[in-house]
Design a protein around this ligand. Structure first.
Ligand code: CA
Length: 243
């Protein structure tokens, strides 16, 4: 269920456009949006050119249908986070969607660094896999289809950076599962997208800010492809025994 804040007047124009597109697509029996975005990339992006794939997804999101991809505004932030990782870093992403953030991460993650991306929806995973392949990163991304909790239970760690961009209600429980399974090391960076007031995953924010095991800060941003306020929470893991 969407948070009540999505009924706020400043969301009306944003919602009206998306609801009208949803109704049009439903009446037409259109394929899932990520697969249409994938087909758009196949038609318009340059093979082997990651920047071209991202630009094509940006164009689709602004001219055709809104996509809940991380979007271009957070590029410098992702660059900063990924650029600070050690050689051969391992990155985990929860929520691949169309593969946009996976491509953005791989652009900035120097080889032999690798990305594991977990996606629940088979249609989203199909779109992500194809877009990642067009970008030239098929060999560097391990895409796993399944629920985040099931996949976390099977992963080997540690990961140097974790990007949370799936269901906001799962942020806290999945982070605790990552801790329990030893998939974080002291210094691991956890980047959580969409932590602004309009989403407000309060249980997660309260946890990373008060449990004592993280140094956590919020960065202002906007909801992708809009001027609606949002935020990204960046939390550095101190270790299991930190208080
Ligand atoms: Ca997001």
């Amino acid at each position: 269920m969407l948070p009540w804040r999505f009924l706020h007047p400043r969301m009306w124009a944003f919602n009206a456009r998306n609801v009208s597109h949803f109704l049009i697509d439903t009446v037409r029996g259109a394929p899932p949006r990520p697969l249409r975005a994938r087909d758009y990339v196949a038609r318009h992006a340059t093979q082997g050119d990651a920047a071209s794939v991202l630009a094509t997804l940006d164009r689709y999101a602004t001219e055709e249908r809104w996509l809940m991809s991380v979007g271009p505004e957070k590029g410098p932030l992702m660059s900063e986070m990924i650029g600070g990782l050690p050689d051969g870093a391992r990155v985990l992403e929860l929520g691949a969607y169309c593969g946009y953030s996976a491509i953005m991460i791989c652009q900035r993650l120097a080889p032999p660094g690798t990305l594991v991306s977990v996606e629940l929806s088979p249609a989203n995973a199909e779109a992500a896999r194809d877009n990642i392949a067009v970008a030239g990163f098929a060999e560097r991304v391990e895409l796993r289809i399944g629920s985040s909790s099931d996949e976390i239970a099977k992963l080997e760690g540690p990961f140097d950076l974790v990007f949370l961009d799936h269901w906001k209600d799962l942020y806290k429980t999945d982070l605790q599962l990552l801790e329990k399974r030893g998939l974080l090391r002291p210094g691991s960076v956890v980047v959580a997208d969409n932590t602004g007031d309009l989403f407000s995953p309060e249980a997660y924010l309260s946890y990373v800010r008060t449990c004592g095991r993280y140094d956590s800060e919020s960065r202002e941003a906007h909801i992708e492809y809009s001027q609606l306020p949002d935020a990204v929470e960046i939390s550095v893991y101190r270790g299991p025994d930190a208080t």
